[in-house]
Design a protein around this ligand. Structure first.
Ligand SMILES: [Zn+2]
Ligand SMILES: [Zn+2]
Length: 369
């Protein structure tokens, strides 16, 4: 197998500037490294913020973004025979992979929380010349990275959302279930129905919840949420004030408020307002808050509502696998591939980012031509 000398990539060379099309030399592969050809790389809301240095983490430029990637194995070292499930793999198979966790630190070894790995190496956030981002023709998958083969009956469009939003929600739901989860008949409110919110809606819809109420400011997103199992939708903008909105949502929950709230909007005021929607007792799962902003809340609202508040971010290969299984099991009922609202050529990545920022694309995805 001839390893290509260079790979086209759309590179973030400077924050707040358009990505640049560069030919990046393919780095020398170390023992156990794989090279994949990017099949589909979806654009995350995180990328939109990363491109403007608006995240709480500040990796240095140049960066090849893209951490939601379906890749086709192009070079497979002899040492790699199977994915983490033991499924044999060969050149041409489609795979997805988590960030690289070292497996030896306290978080990996003692806590069994690889997401907290002290020496993790990410995809989509690292130096461009390491070729570890999806906004490219090829990507290096480092030796030791957990990866899973995508089943043949799951399309790349159906699968790609697993790589970020999907696995994040599975991880968060695992934590929610450690705290009692969603019980039969519960009312679940999901605030913000971008991709993370949509996977929350669909997984809540498949639980024992009697109501899954999606809240957003975008009518197209709310319509989409209905297709993924929301029983009620609420457009926040159609209320004159927060008080009216809170009252309406509490009424939709049968007057007692939400047994479970899942915050996926990332909006600080929504995070704070949700405390007024909680039932008593209630669980409040926070998945959408990724910025550095501050908001004031009254601590007594936790106490008065007997609230269990759970924060969760990202996921490891367990959550990728579980999410893929969920998609495989329910793909006839829900059209998971429709989350990719538009595909763009790799070289049109700037347009894809602009459309995501403008809210035109629910999820944009890049393809190599
Ligand atoms: Zn993402
Ligand atoms: Zn570790």
């Amino acid at each position: 197998m001839e390893i290509p000398k260079t790979s086209k990539a759309m590179v973030l060379t400077k924050f707040c500037e358009p990505l640049e099309l560069l030919d990046i030399p393919v780095p020398e592969l170390k023992p156990g490294d794989m090279l994949v050809k990017v099949v589909l790389a979806s654009v995350c809301g995180t990328d939109v913020h990363l491109a403007r240095d608006e995240l709480s983490m500040h990796p240095p430029c140049p960066i090849i973004m893209g951490h939601e990637t379906v890749g086709e194995i192009y070079y497979l070292p002899d040492s790699v025979k199977t994915d983490v499930c033991g499924t044999p793999v060969k050149v041409g198979d489609r795979i997805m992979w988590s960030h690289l966790f070292d497996g030896t630190c306290y978080s990996c070894k003692v806590l069994h929380e690889p997401v907290l790995c002290e020496r993790s190496r990410g995809y989509g956030f690292s130096n461009a010349y390491e070729l570890r981002g999806g906004y490219a023709e090829y990507e290096v998958v480092l030796a030791g990275t957990d990866f899973v083969r995508i089943p043949d009956d799951v399309t790349s469009e159906e699968a790609v959302g697993v790589c970020c939003a999907g696995r994040t929600v599975v991880n968060a739901f695992d934590k929610l279930y450690d705290c009692g989860g969603i019980r039969q008949g519960d009312s679940v409110v999901v605030t913000g129905v971008g991709p993370v919110g949509l996977y929350s809606v669909v997984m809540a819809a498949q639980s024992g919840a009697s109501k899954v109420i999606a809240v957003d400011i975008s009518e197209p997103r709310l319509e989409f949420a209905k297709k993924w199992g929301a029983t009620h939708v609420v457009n926040s903008r159609s209320f004159p004030n927060a008080e009216e909105r809170v009252k309406h949502i509490r009424e939709l929950c049968g007057g007692r408020g939400a047994d479970v709230i899942i915050e996926c909007s990332g909006v600080l005021s929504v995070f704070a307002e949700n405390f007024d929607i909680l039932a008593n007792p209630a669980k409040y799962l926070i998945i959408g808050q990724t910025g550095d902003g501050e908001v004031s809340i009254v601590p007594n609202k936790f106490q008065r509502h007997n609230a269990v508040v759970i924060g969760s971010h990202s996921g490891d290969i367990r959550h990728y696998i579980k999410c893929l299984k969920f998609i495989q099991a329910h793909k006839d009922k829900y059209h998971f591939g429709e989350i990719i609202s538009k595909k763009y050529k790799l070289t049109d990545a700037n347009q894809a980012l602009a459309d995501m920022r403008a809210g035109i694309a629910l999820k944009a995805a890049l393809v190599n031509d």
